[in-house]
Write a protein that binds this ligand. Structure first.
Ligand code: PMP
Ligand code: GLN
Length: 378
């Protein structure tokens, strides 16, 4: 068989999403909002089209958009990415992640991935001939043992992938975590791919610790971000990568031949919309209210949980209800109770089953209330 990815199957999001639709289940599985984006943002896209921005954008992305992103990062994290040569607009974070891996990982290079992990990292490493090296984190709190991380580093380590706020656990990395990481990597050439797609969804007054806040990390890092999460438009597939000039130069060599440039009118609209910081700064509270509504409803249920610290996902431990595998239990919830969630064993090393399910709370209040009703009956 000549497959470059013999073990890759259809993603859990597609499999569960299809099952949910077939059985008309309430869908808290794949991460996407079931409410609409701000109509003003949609009007801006329409305006951009009517104004004639319907041909190719520049290869690196519309300059006006790169400028506002640069200002946003400077204001929030105190680090300057030059819009000319340190920022590129991508087809969602997925392409940003793929391109960074593909531009830097050579055959035989090792890439450290912390598990559980979002599912797009590993295939990108493998298809480029790299070797994923996993560090499994443990339920229920999935904190990182930095000594164990250090032990995974070898002469072949090319890159490390981190994700904060973390999908699926809802864990955020603390300032201390970042300082540890910075210290461990100090005398190495290891690159960091920092998946920060949930950067604006952090709860309880905590602060998002972007790699860009730590100079020694920033100079070796790619920050991958997504407007889909921030503006409730996952279907627009619009994101970006921020990295120091030398890294970005190589990134763009791949980018220009994999996609060249991304949707022009949407970039124009986002550039305008991003000029108002309230459009993203209010997101923490917006999603914290949804998390709280969901968890308050489950306080007396048979599920155990640690409140999500960020993202729009909540893990629920179901061991007081059944000892079934997460895949079996998730399926039963869809078929018998019409509620869909994501079993996360496929995000763990060797499909380790922590007996938790992931629920997306980027949903209307009525959806969350109905989900709470179902879960409370179990
Ligand atoms: N990383 C993580 C952790 C995600 O949850 C997602 C969203 N599915 C992505 C990357 C991909 O983002 P995008 O949809 O913008 O490609
Ligand atoms: N990021 C979304 C999630 O975690 C899924 C996106 C996808 O289906 N690839 O649910």
């Amino acid at each position: 068989n000549s497959s470059k990815l013999p073990n890759v199957k259809t993603t859990i999001f597609t499999t569960v999403g299809n099952l949910a639709r077939k059985h008309k289940a309430l869908d808290l599985s794949q991460g996407f909002p079931n409410f609409e984006a701000d109509p003003n943002l949609i009007s801006l896209v329409n305006n951009a089209m009517m104004e004639g921005h319907n041909q190719y954008a520049s290869m690196q992305g519309y300059f006006g958009l790169r400028e506002v992103i640069s200002e946003k990062i400077q204001t929030l994290h105190g680090h300057q990415y030059h819009p000319e040569n340190e920022l590129t607009i991508t087809v969602g974070a997925t392409q940003s992640i793929y391109t960074a891996i593909s531009a830097f990982v050579h055959v035989g290079d090792e890439v450290i991935v912390l598990k559980p992990a979002y599912d797009c990292y590993e295939p990108a490493i493998l298809v480029n001939g790299g070797k994923p090296v996993f560090l499994q984190l443990d339920a229920p709190d999935y904190s990182i043992d930095w000594e164990a991380f250090k032990a995974k580093i070898t002469k072949k380590t090319k890159m490390l992938i981190i994700n904060t706020p973390h999908n699926p656990s809802g864990k955020i990395l603390s300032q201390n975590d970042m300082l540890w990481l910075q210290e461990i990597l100090k005398d190495t050439n290891i690159l960091v791919l920092s998946d920060e797609v949930y950067e604006h969804i952090v709860f309880d007054g905590q602060q998002h610790q972007s790699v860009s806040r730590f100079p020694d990390l920033a100079q070796r890092s790619f920050v991958c971000a997504s407007f889909g999460k921030t503006f409730h438009v996952t279907g627009w597939k619009m994101g970006y990568c921020a990295a120091p000039k030398a890294l970005m130069e190589e990134f763009r060599k791949v980018h220009q031949f994999a996609v060249f440039c991304v949707d022009h009118p949407v970039q124009r609209a986002l550039a305008e919309y991003l000029k108002t910081p309230e459009h993203y700064l209010g997101l923490n509270d917006f999603y914290q209210r949804k998390r709280d509504l969901f968890l308050k409803g489950l306080a007396y249920s048979n599920f155990k949980f640690i409140p999500s610290q960020g993202t729009y996902f909540q893990l629920l431990d179901y061991t007081q209800i059944t000892q079934e595998s997460d895949e079996d239990f998730a399926k039963k919830l869809i078929l018998e109770h019409k509620l869909a969630s994501i079993p996360i064993s496929s995000f763990n090393v060797n499909d380790r089953d922590d007996k938790v399910l992931r629920f997306c709370f980027a949903k209307k209040e009525e959806t969350l209330e109905r989900a709470v009703e179902i879960l409370s009956s179990l």
